[in-house]
Write a protein that binds this ligand. Structure first.
Ligand code: ATP
Length: 777
């Protein structure tokens, strides 16, 4: 059969180029990647064998071997990595090694192409270059592979995939050596002259220990050959069978010339009698086990260093940053299944966490039975969204080893495992919060919103999760609900909060709604994360104390009853004094608010608009209008949107001034002063619109608002209110009949690129923010 020459898919060509040109300083990762592939192939074989016995009957050992072969002339050499795993058919060789099927590859490529070598090094971890990292150290790679006999493939034939670093094509052909592997894959790297250090066994075992001691649950053997002087005792001249002494289930060596076990025995001083004891040089060979340590999770946590946990985490979960925290424990599931487990909190969340659907299955719960990987699929017993990112290895002792994924689904163990993982995760978070404030800060950075989501999602663990959440307040950052409650004032019967998504706590703390609360020393939770308000309305109360949205009407401090009689009298007087203004405003503002009252929340600002208990706050109204193009002004939505109260501050000179003007207005029909009435009306309208803006609402008609402001400005400048502006303009030149000959490359938005739109809307948002926080009437 002639070799078939095939062209690489274009992404592969790009990837190989990056590998070869820019990752030179990371070349040692090739071994980690190849071992990881071999481990995956062995795992696939074992899992396939659970349902298809003919694939592997469980007798021959599953392992990975590494052998370095130096050329006889001492130049160059090759490194051979072999596994007895699932293997590949010729079609699979082409599909798996000639194309890149991985999602996200193109993203990786464009990122890597835009970066220098150093930064790309970090990307390798996140992405995993896999097989192509071979070209970091080899200028020629040959992969021989044969799948096991199966019903679908009763007569598999060993094939070879061959490729050079400088070619854009690869070849696939039947292996002229025949079936040398029996089953599995053999990757032969013809090392580049600058990578010959990987022919040394010390270098190889060093690398395996550094990167891969935890990557494989299957034994990794390294072929070693050395020369020893041994006494040449009489009658012991027959060569012994080497290599079998130490490695008990050492791999059988493929019957390839280079790889056959050779023993060269040469007699010292042959032919001469000597007084010295007879010695001979014996070349000994042995497959030595590299990852002989028992799996990390089976060991006692007291004897495991942080460094070892880090390395294990990286190799096992293929996340090449260190975990933020972990919890290593053993237990009994309750149904009698003993297990050992480690739970890891990654140091970052997947960037897509908040975009993916809640029913995304976690992939990183690795269930083992007696150290053998069984599944990552927990089926219906999957973790809730908030916990779906956790990385866990669980090794059960007492489940039958041949347990299939299907029978596992019906096993109680899985259900218990889910509960156990959640419980331990919460314990881990709680422990960090109590013992390691610095780490807990990092936890808040990465998982702050996730813990809030958990408290909403997981009603069973709501209290525990909610006590791990932290909030900014007008007085401090990172306050827990318990700390808030400890800090509440005498008589305070509510937990005050103010929510506005997208604002910073600093801006929110300037809000009119909390002016007096803040001035009097009450603490107010400032909620800026979209999940915050959902959580608060879900909890309803903490330690029996209800949450109170301070953007709503009816704010009570709780100490009103303690006011001296005298103050109550004063309040009564104020009510009476301002009654004319309240009545007048009620009539004027009836389209905007349902009620007008004297405020007990304002200190400096003249007025504010608050939502009624059953009405929408500005925050909710914004969320609703974002999802409803009508802006929530119709039907019931409109009703609720209008359920607002105007609060005025009787201590503000502006309000006192307005009261005076309203009282001065003639009341008799025949004395009416239309001009004066119009002027007061205008001032009041500006005041109400201003109150809307400073309370976070939109002004119903901004054009009218500004025309009013203009008129008031004219009046205060002493300019005629009615004098027209010179509106004459120079008309545009006549139509230009010539047509441009280069096509215009515009965008759908009529020529304004998206990036500009984004900037524009950003600026508009900034302007709005300014308006709320600084606008003083
Ligand atoms: N030793 C092997 N035995 C069987 N199949 C293999 C072996 N090595 C690679 N493959 C197949 O080739 C595919 C591509 O391998 P490659 O290393 O490029 O990426 P990957 O292993 O899928 O991803 P990653 O390396 O990021 O985990 C693998 O998914 C697997 O199907």
């Amino acid at each position: 059969e002639d070799p078939v020459k095939l062209n690489y898919q274009s992404d592969v060509a790009r990837l190989r180029k990056i590998v070869i040109n820019s990752l030179y300083s990371h070349k040692e990762i090739f071994l980690r990647e190849l071992i990881s592939n071999a481990n995956d192939a062995l795992e696939k074989l074992r899992i396939t064998a659970l349902t298809e016995k003919s694939v592997w009957d469980g007798t021959d050992p599953l392992n990975i071997t590494i052998k370095a072969v130096k050329n006889e002339d001492g130049t160059n050499g090759r490194l051979v990595i072999t596994d007895s795993g699932i293997g590949m058919s010729p079609q699979e060789l082409s599909a798996n090694l000639g194309t890149l099927a991985k999602s996200g590859t193109s993203d990786f490529l464009s990122m890597a192409e835009g970066q220098d070598g150093v930064a790309t090094g970090n990307l390798i971890g996140a992405f995993g270059l896999g097989f192509y990292s071979s070209f970091l150290v080899a200028d020629r790679v040959q992969v021989a592979s044969i799948p096991p006999k199966s019903a679908r493939n009763p007569d598999p034939v060993q094939h070879v995939f061959r490729s050079s670093a400088d070619e854009s094509s690869y070849e696939i052909f039947e292996d002229p050596r025949g079936n040398t592997l029996g089953r599995g894959t053999e990757v032969t790297l013809y090392l580049k002259p600058d990578s010959l250090e990987y022919l040394e066994t010390d270098a190889i075992s060093g690398l395996v220990n550094k990167h891969s001691s935890f990557s494989s649950s299957f034994p990794i053997y390294l072929f070693e050959r050395w020369t020893e002087e041994v006494a040449d005792e009489e009658g012991s001249n027959t060569p012994e069978v080497p290599g079998s002494s130490k490695a008990v289930d050492a791999p059988s060596t493929p019957d390839d010339d280079d790889e056959a076990i050779i023993e060269v025995a040469s007699k010292n001083d042959e032919g001469k009698e000597s007084l010295l004891p007879k010695v001979k040089n014996v070349t000994k060979e042995e497959w030595s086990r590299l990852n002989a340590q028992p799996p990390l999770w089976t060991r006692d946590h007291k004897n495991i260093s942080d460094e070892e946990y880090h390395l294990f985490y990286q190799a096992f979960f293929k996340d090449f940053s260190n975990p933020l925290a972990w919890h290593h424990f053993s237990g009994d599931s309750g149904s009698g299944v003993a297990f050992k487990a480690i739970i890891f909190l990654p140091s970052r969340l997947d960037g897509k966490f908040w975009q993916t659907l809640p029913d995304q299955k976690p992939k990183d719960i690795k269930l083992m039975v007696k150290r053998v990987f069984i599944t990552s699929d927990l089926g219906d017993d999957s973790l809730p969204k908030w916990a779906s990112w956790v990385k866990v290895v669980v090794d059960a002792e007492d489940l039958p080893l041949n347990v299939s994924r299907e029978t596992l689904q019906s096993n109680r163990f899985l259900k218990q495992m889910k509960q156990m993982i959640i419980k331990r995760m919460i314990q881990l978070f709680t422990k960090i919060s109590e013992e390691d404030p610095e780490k807990f800060e990092k936890v808040q950075e990465v998982y702050g919103s996730v813990l809030k989501l958990g408290a909403v999602e997981d009603s069973k663990n709501q209290a525990k999760l909610a006590s791990l959440t932290r909030f900014s307040t007008n007085q401090r950052n990172k306050t827990s609900l318990d700390q808030y409650v400890e800090n509440k004032k005498q008589g305070q019967k509510q937990i005050f909060y103010l929510a506005e998504i997208g604002k910073t706590p600093e801006v929110l703390s300037q809000s009119v709604f909390i002016e007096k609360l803040h001035a009097r020393g009450y603490e107010v939770l400032l909620l800026t994360d979209p999940i915050d308000e959902i959580l608060v309305s879900n909890l309803r109360q903490w330690k029996g104390i209800p949450f109170q949205d301070v953007a709503k009407a009816g704010l009570q401090f709780g100490d009103e009853g303690l006011d001296p009689e005298e103050e109550k009298e004063q309040q009564k007087d104020l009510d009476e004094k301002f009654k004319p203004l309240l009545d007048w405003l009620k009539a004027k503002a009836k389209d905007i608010v349902r009620n007008v009252v004297l405020s007990n929340r304002l200190v400096k600002s003249p007025c504010a608009i608050v939502a009624n208990i059953d009405g929408y706050t500005a925050n909710v109204q914004k969320i609703l209008s974002a999802s409803n193009s009508k802006g929530g002004r119709e039907g019931l939505m409109g009703e609720l949107a209008n359920a607002k109260t105007l609060e005025i501050n009787p201590r503000s000179p502006l309000i006192v001034g307005l009261l005076r003007r309203v009282e001065d207005l003639p009341t008799q029909e025949d004395e009416k002063d239309l001009e004066a009435e119009e002027e007061v009306h205008e001032i009041a309208s500006i005041l109400i619109d201003g109150a809307l803006v400073r309370s976070g609402f939109e002004v119903p008609d901004s054009h009218r608002f500004f025309s009013r402001v203009d008129r008031v400005l004219r009046r205060s400048l002493g300019v005629s209110e009615t004098a027209p502006t010179d509106e004459s303009v120079k008309p545009a030149p006549p139509v230009d009949p010539s047509v441009p000959d280069t096509p215009v490359t515009g965008t759908d938005d009529g020529g304004i690129p998206d990036s500009v739109w984004d900037k524009m809307s950003l600026q508009i948002e900034e302007m709005e923010e300014d308006a709320v926080s600084h606008d003083e009437l």
